[in-house]
Ligand binder design. Structure first.
Ligand SMILES: [Zn+2]
Length: 419
C-alpha cells in the first residue's frame, strides 16, 4: 500500500486528504482524511489525478525507421518528467496502424513505455474500421507523413465508413493549403482560414455520421465560435489546444527561432492566442494536448514542422496557474479529467474506473506539482530522445515534484523510482 497526503485537486473540488493506492493492482482503494502517517506528505505541493496527454507522436513502429529521434521508452521517460501518466500516440508512422494486424504489432512496442499508451488508428482514403474498439485520426490535409486527403469529397467517402466511431481531425483544408503554397512565410502558407474551413467540414462530418469527434491542436479564435455553436446544438465534439499555441504567437517569431517554432497548424496572432487561453478556461477547449513531435535539431534546421513538449507538460500547467490565474480545478479538468474521459473506453481490463479523478476505484496515477518552485528549462535535462525543447531558457513558475504511475513513485527530474 502507498499512502500520500496533502492538497488534492479534482476537477470539481480541492480538499486536504489522504490517498491509499494498492500497489499490487495500481488502483486507488481509499480517499479520506489526513492521518499524519503517510509515506509521502507533499507539503505545499498539489496532488492532481495523473495528467494525460492525448496527442503525441512517439515515432516508434515496426519499421524502426524513426527510432533515432524517439521511441516508446524515451517518450515514456519524457512523460514522467512532465508529470504525464498516460498518453495517446498518433498513427502517422512509416508502417501506419491502419488495420488490426498492424495495430496489434504497434501495440506490442508500447510495453517499453513507463506510462500507459493508447494508440490511434489512422484513416486514409482506402481504409476500413478495425475489428477492435480504437480511437481514429484523420489528417485532412498534408502534414508530416503521407496519411491525408486531397479533397473534402475524398475525406467524406472515407468517413462514411466510420459512422459512430471516435474520430480526431487535423483541421487544415488541403485546397487552401495548395492555393497558399507560394506565400512567403510558413504562417501564411497555412492560413487561419484553412483551419476554419476544415473545422466547418469536420463539424458537418461529425454530425452527419454521428461520430464522437475531436478537433486537434486548435489555434484560431474564429474557429472557436463554430465549435461553440456546434456544442450548443448537441454535436458530440471536443477540442485540444497545445502549450505552444497558448504560450507563443507570431509576434514572438525572430530569424533565430522561426524554424524551431515551425509547426502545423502554425503560430497565430496574439488575439488568437488569448482566445485559446480564454477558450480553455471556459471549457470550449477540453484538453491540453501537446502534439509532442520529437524531430531532431538537424531536421528542424531543414524546415520540418513540430516541437517536443512532453518533458514540460506539468511545468507549463504551473505557468497557466501563475500567469493566467487558472485554478487547480481548471488544471485538473483540462490535464486530468477530460483526457481520462477520452481514453476510458479504450483502456484494457485492470484499469478500474480509469484516469482523471482521485477517488476509490480509479487508477492510482498522480501528478504532484510544486507550483512555487521555479524551473528553468535546460536542453541537457530533456528526456525526449530528440534532446531539445522550444521552452529552453524559459523559467516556469513551478515544476513537477513527482509522478506516480499505478502506485509507483517517480521523483523528477530523471524518472528515478523512489519507492
Ligand atoms: Zn499531431
Amino acid at each position: 500500500m502507498l499512502r500520500l497526503e496533502g492538497t488534492i485537486a479534482n476537477h470539481d473540488r480541492v480538499f486536504d486528504g489522504g490517498i491509499e493506492i494498492d500497489t499490487s493492482t495500481g488502483l486507488i482503494v481509499h480517499v479520506g482524511e489526513k492521518t499524519g502517517k503517510s509515506d509521502i506528505d507533499v507539503g505545499s505541493a498539489i496532488i492532481f489525478p495523473g495528467f494525460g496527454d492525448i496527442h503525441i507522436h512517439a515515432r516508434d513502429d515496426v519499421s524502426g525507421a524513426q527510432l533515432y529521434k524517439e521511441d516508446f521508452a524515451t517518450a515514456g521517460d519524457a512523460a514522467l518528467q512532465g508529470g504525464v501518466t498516460h498518453f495517446a500516440d498518433m498513427p502517422n508512422n512509416p508502417v501506419a496502424p491502419l488495420d488490426d494486424a498492424r495495430y496489434e504489432a504497434k501495440q506490442k512496442l508500447t510495453t517499453k513505455s513507463a506510462v500507459h499508451v493508447t494508440l490511434y488508428a489512422g484513416i486514409g482514403p482506402e481504409t476500413d474500421p478495425l475489428q477492435r474498439h480504437v480511437p481514429y485520426k484523420a489528417f485532412m490535409g498534408p502534414s508530416v507523413g503521407d496519411l491525408f486527403f486531397a479533397s473534402q469529397e475524398q475525406l467524406e467517402g472515407a468517413i462514411a465508413k466510420y459512422r459512430g466511431c471516435n474520430v480526431s481531425f487535423h483541421c487544415e483544408d488541403p485546397v487552401i493549403l495548395q492555393e497558399s503554397k507560394g506565400e512567403p512565410t510558413h504562417e501564411r502558407r497555412r492560413p487561419a482560414r484553412a483551419e476554419i474551413t476544415a473545422t466547418e467540414f469536420a463539424l458537418y462530418l461529425i454530425e452527419r455520421y454521428e461520430l464522437q469527434g475531436k478537433l486537434c491542436h486548435y489555434s484560431t479564435g474564429d474557429g472557436l465560435k463554430r465549435i461553440a455553436a456546434a456544442k450548443a446544438k448537441g454535436v458530440r465534439v471536443t477540442a485540444e489546444v497545445t502549450p505552444h499555441h497558448l504560450y507563443f504567437d507570431d509576434s514572438m517569431l525572430t530569424d533565430e527561432n522561426r524554424l524551431a517554432l515551425q509547426m502545423n497548424p502554425p503560430l497565430r496572432g496574439p488575439a488568437d492566442r488569448m482566445a485559446m487561453i480564454e477558450g480553455l478556461r471556459s471549457g470550449l477547449l477540453d484538453y491540453i494536448a501537446t502534439d509532442h513531435a520529437p524531430h531532431t535539431l538537424e531536421e528542424k534546421a531543414s524546415g520540418i514542422s513540430g516541437v517536443p513538449l512532453l518533458d514540460t507538460y506539468g511545468a507549463f500547467a504551473t505557468w497557466l496557474m501563475k500567469e493566467h490565474s487558472f485554478t487547480p480545478q481548471e488544471i485538473s479538468r483540462v490535464c486530468s479529467f477530460q483526457p481520462g474521459k477520452f481514453v476510458k473506453e479504450f483502456l484494457p481490463s485492470g484499469f478500474g474506473e480509469g484516469y482523471g479523478v482521485v477517488a476509490p476505484g480509479y487508477v492510482g496515477s498522480l501528478t504532484i506539482l510544486d507550483a512555487g518552485s521555479p524551473w528553468t528549462v535546460k536542453r541537457e535535462e530533456m528526456r525526449t530522445k530528440c534532446a531539445w525543447s522550444p521552452f529552453e531558457g524559459v523559467t516556469f513558475p513551478g515544476r513537477v515534484m513527482a509522478t506516480v504511475v499505478q502506485g509507483k513513485v517517480y521523483a523528477t527530474p530523471f524518472g528515478k523510482v523512489i519507492t
